[in-house]
Design a protein. Structure first.
Lengths: 241, 82
């Protein structure tokens, strides 16, 4: 069995440092890896990234993350990535990594993702340049995720995004804002590979559980949704260990 | 300004004011000028800062603050996904 811990939308700043740490102390006994599903900071400033580094760095398990929309607000995501990387946190953006766990080789591919909406109710790459740019961002992000997922050689595959790949886990959010919370293209990318689990954040008023059209389990791990320091998933009981 | 515009204005202030930057707060303005705030945040300071910011915008309204701080307790059990 491979044990995956995950949380998103922790929105760190000085006032939050230390809140997660007590629960993280026992993490190595409970999980093989911790995945952070974006919105690690409030505004994406270097000072806030340092807070994330203090809170989630130096754990006894590997920590992998994607950034969220909040982490882009200061227009210096490269600086945020640099600080997290220096703290030993691997930031995925159209990239992937394979971890050797006691239960097998876990592959994780991640992107921030973007909005756009869901099948039949989505934006199109048509019209004004602003709208075309919006949808192209969505398409490029999903293509990068699909490519990263399909390129992995591992025993168990997990997709990590900030935006949602399905509408199921948005239940509780106003329907009118679904196009700002996720897009079907991420789901399509997840379904293009033998993905075992897809994790996302972003939808604070959403619900925990969903499934892609291809049958992949989706979990919204936004902190206000899970209402605990992190969730733990046990996967791959067909694997040795 | 109609209540609908006040809702929209306050919600945007809470999202766009860099001192707040909260996109998940529900704001309901009732006919008697009571503003009900709800949602979840990461600290008690943020909960108070939101209330103070709304008071700054609408000094004559009564504010009911139902915002809560999200728990950071460790999980009780794992979800088995075989």
């Amino acid at each position: 069995v491979i044990r995956v811990a995950a949380v998103g939308d922790v929105h760190l700043d000085e006032d939050v440092v230390g809140r997660f740490r007590p629960a993280l102390e026992n993490l190595p006994e409970q999980a093989d890896v911790l995945l952070l599903a974006g919105d690690l900071t409030r505004h994406g400033s270097a000072a806030e990234a340092e807070c994330v580094a203090r809170e989630f760095g130096d754990l006894a398990v590997p920590v992998l993350a994607v950034l969220g929309n909040h982490d882009h607000h200061c227009d210096e995501p490269e600086r945020v990535v640099e600080i997290l990387t220096a703290a030993g946190i691997t930031v995925l953006e159209g990239t992937s990594t394979v971890l050797t766990c006691a239960g097998g080789r876990l592959g994780v591919a991640g992107v921030k993702g973007f909005g756009g909406g869901f099948a039949g109710r989505c934006a199109s790459d048509f019209g004004e340049p602003e709208m075309e740019a919006f949808v192209r961002t969505t398409n490029e992000s999903a293509e990068a995720l699909g490519k990263a997922l399909r390129g992995l050689d591992c025993d168990l595959l997990v997709a990590l995004t900030h935006y949602s790949p399905v509408p199921d886990t948005l239940a509780g959010e106003p329907l009118e804002i679904y196009p700002f919370l996720g897009c079907y293209q991420l789901g399509q990318a997840i379904d293009s590979a033998p993905t075992a689990l897809a994790l996302h954040g972003h939808a604070h008023h959403g619900t925990e559980r969903g499934t892609t059209p291809g049958g992949v389990r989706v979990r919204n791990v936004a902190h206000p949704v899970i209402k605990q320091a992190y969730s733990i998933f046990h996967l791959g009981d067909h694997l040795v260990g | 300004m109609s209540h609908e515009y006040t809702d929209a204005h306050l919600q945007r202030v809470l999202a766009e004011d860099v001192r707040i930057a909260e996109l998940g707060i529900d704001v309901i303005v009732s006919r008697d000028d009571t503003i009900v705030l709800s949602g979840q945040v990461e600290s008690a300071d943020r909960c108070q800062a939101i209330e103070d910011r709304v008071r700054e915008e609408c000094p004559d309204c009564r504010i009911v603050n139902e915002i809560v701080v999200v728990s950071t307790d460790p999980p009780v059990r794992a979800e088995e996904l075989s």
